[in-house]
Design a protein around this ligand. Sequence first.
Ligand SMILES: [Zn+2]
Length: 144
Amino acid sequence: MVYSYLIMKSQRSYIDYSLDKRATLLALFRGTVDACDADPYLLRAAKWHGDKVSRNCPVCKKNALVELRYTFGEQLGQYSGRIKTPKELVEMESEFGEFRVYIVEVCPDCSWNHMCASFVLGDGTVRKAPRKTRTLEDDDYAAR
Ligand SMILES: [Zn+2]
């Protein structure tokens, strides 16, 4: 499967997990695994941050499938693990040297979820992770 609409200029180290997905689907239809087990957090993320895709859910065949893009990397510091939009990813390409994006598809209808692909983005310049920003918990602690 080619996600041609998401090709970004620094994209590299692309890994396609669709073969694995096919195996998961076959096992699912044979009733040997339960892949429709998205946890409430993932379903909530899909509801608020998911990008609707044109293909249908491979399990329930409904047109509800969305994609989430998780970003991970040392250079992202405390922001590693956040969900980003394709637009934000394009901006991040020139802000960070290297981070990996994981595309997860989620069906809010039947809870099917699967990691589709991952790839690396970034301009290749090594930067220090951003300084940890004070959070509400820090302020709360300092006030005591
Ligand atoms: Zn479904």
